[in-house]
Design a protein around this ligand. Structure first.
Ligand SMILES: C[S@@+](CC[C@H](N)C(=O)[O-])C[C@H]1O[C@@H](n2cnc3c(N)ncnc32)[C@H](O)[C@@H]1O
Length: 493
């Protein structure tokens, strides 16, 4: 039986506890610098992907931050860069399924396989099961990577496992993997490569709005790279491409790399998920802005939404302050808003303290709260394996504290937008319910879905939750956005 943590692959050092007598893959660790010959044998795109996989497993690196550096270091661009990206992201996303396949093909728990060899196997399995790469290339280069990592014994082991996997088609392996599941949720987790606790959390969120039947589509969407969406800062730039369906400032490039357009625009055009655009605009456009309104972005780093708030504040004569707990991220906020000619003070504080010190000060506050990020799994390929159910409870305390403090910092009649890029009910509806119950008739929840329908360029499918609450939930499979949650609370006394 393949061992999983909640259906996901184990992340502990896979060498630990490995039986000394196990054969190949296990280890003689004849690790040495790759020979000139082996450097020739492994394509740079595969080598880049493998390097990133290793760093993600060993150093807790983030693939989306490390991969561009690795591409740069190896001088990869165009098709090679695209291949390296697909191999890295695809392998990381599908790790749960691939480890289960490897466990069956090797007839041993993947946790007992040398970690560096296991990563080489995962890269090979991804190519065999999910790409059109020729199987001899997928097998040979992964075997070479295993050899470099752990010697000829490991190469023999990797060769045997990958050839066994290559013999049958991916559908057969998926059926075998599904047959190992002890429950329906575990089966769904293994097939879709999601930890079981995340499968359940996503299902609960969909069921809450009467759309439980969309779960498979959502899990599939998590395994596909999102299309790049751009935002044109209102009043400072115009959408320059195919317009997106919902955001009035969103568009897609006709083709190619967004970087030259971003640079050429002086930062007034930027890459931004359409859901993030809508979340910011739901606050700035929920009602006409009165000149002199005071706005605050309480959890601003790295500043994507701050830039949109700043542009709308500038256009309508409002003022804006921003705050971010982590100084390095506060620096990113300053950079993000630099293209907007508006004076914005960026505080570096715990948002709860900052807001508590300013009772009744603001007309509009954005609380884009720190969260598990379960709504952005498609763009953070390793995140699903890193997050733990215990993270949710810890974050919920901070989220409730930030929202409570933000409401206190509103003027009477002012509005806070509570936003997360997670659809987990404990981080979304439960936080809003807790704070509205706590504050009683001091706050009212506005109809965020109606606001979004007004802001949106086109019709937007936002079912009402059975609870009757006013929030809006966006979804990757339905809207093509990250799963952003948006609730609007108005202070009424
Ligand atoms: C979801 S991110 C915000 C994303 C940002 N609004 C954007 O669109 O680019 C949440 C941010 O809150 C920050 N944060 C975490 N705890 C905080 C706290 N207690 N007070 C203020 N900021 C906090 C995190 O460092 C993180 O940068």
């Amino acid at each position: 039986m393949v061992e999983h943590r909640d259906g996901g692959p184990r992340r502990e050092n896979r060498s630990a506890g490995r039986p000394k007598s196990t054969p190949a893959g296990a280890g003689q660790r004849e690790r040495a610098r790759p020979s000139a010959k082996s450097w020739r044998q492994v394509q740079p795109a595969r080598r880049a992907a493998y390097t990133v996989l290793r760093a993600v497993q060993e150093d807790d690196a983030y693939a989306n931050l490390l991969l561009p550096k690795e591409l740069d270091r190896l001088g990869l661009s165009g098709g090679d860069a695209a291949l390296a990206t697909e191999l890295t992201y695809g392998t990381l996303r599908r790790l749960g399924t691939y480890d289960a396949v490897i466990g069956l093909a090797a007839d041993r728990d993947p946790a007992t396989i040398d970690a560096a060899v296991l990563d080489a196997l995962r890269l090979g399995v991804h190519q065999l099961m999910s790409t059109r790469v020729a199987s001899h290339a997928a097998v040979n280069e992964s075997v070479e990577l295993a050899r470099e990592a752990s010697g000829s014994g490991a190469a023999g082991f990797a060769n045997a496992v990958l050839r066994r996997i290559a013999r049958d088609n991916p559908g057969d392996w998926l059926t075998r993997v599904a047959d190992t599941a002890r429950s329906d949720d575990e089966r769904i987790g293994l097939e879709s490569s999601h930890p079981v606790w995340i499968v359940r959390a996503l299902r609960r969120a969909l069921v809450a709005e009467g759309r439980g039947e969309e779960l498979d589509d959502l899990l599939d969407a998590d395994n596909v790279s999102p299309r790049v969406t751009m935002a044109a800062l209102p009043g400072l730039a115009e959408p320059d491409g195919t317009r997106t369906a919902y955001s009035p400032v969103g568009f897609r490039l006709r083709a190619g790399d967004p970087e030259p357009l971003v640079r050429g625009s002086g930062g007034t055009v930027r890459v931004q998920d359409e859901g993030s655009q809508l979340a910011a605009l739901a606050l700035t456009r929920l009602a006409p802005v009165e000149t002199g309104e005071k706005w605050l972005d309480l959890c601003a780093g790295p500043g994507g939404k701050t830039a949109l708030l700043a542009a709308d504040a500038l256009a309508h004569g409002a003022t804006l302050e921003a705050n971010e707990l982590v100084p390095a991220r506060a620096g990113l906020v300053r950079k993000a808003i630099a293209p907007v000619p508006l004076e914005v003070v960026v505080h570096e504080r715990d948002g709860r303290e900052l807001a508590e010190e300013r009772p009744g000060a603001y007309d509009r506050i954005l609380v884009d709260a720190p969260c598990t990020g379960l709504g952005a799994l498609r763009r953070r390929p390793e995140a699903r394996w890193r997050k733990q159910p215990s993270d949710v409870a810890e974050l919920a305390t901070v989220q409730a504290g930030l929202l409570r403090a933000a409401v206190g910092a509103l003027k009477v009649g002012g509005t806070v937008a509570y936003v997360t890029c997670s659809p987990h009910l404990a981080e979304t509806a439960a936080i809003v319910k807790q704070i509205t119950e706590e504050l009683g008739d001091a706050v009212e929840e506005l109809d965020a879905r109606a606001v979004l329908r007004r802001v949106s360029r086109g019709a937007i499918d936002l079912p009402a939750p059975a609870s009757g609450a006013g929030h809006a939930q966006l979804w990757p499979h339905r809207h093509g956005t990250d799963a952003m949650f948006i609730a609007l609370l108005r202070r009424v006394r």
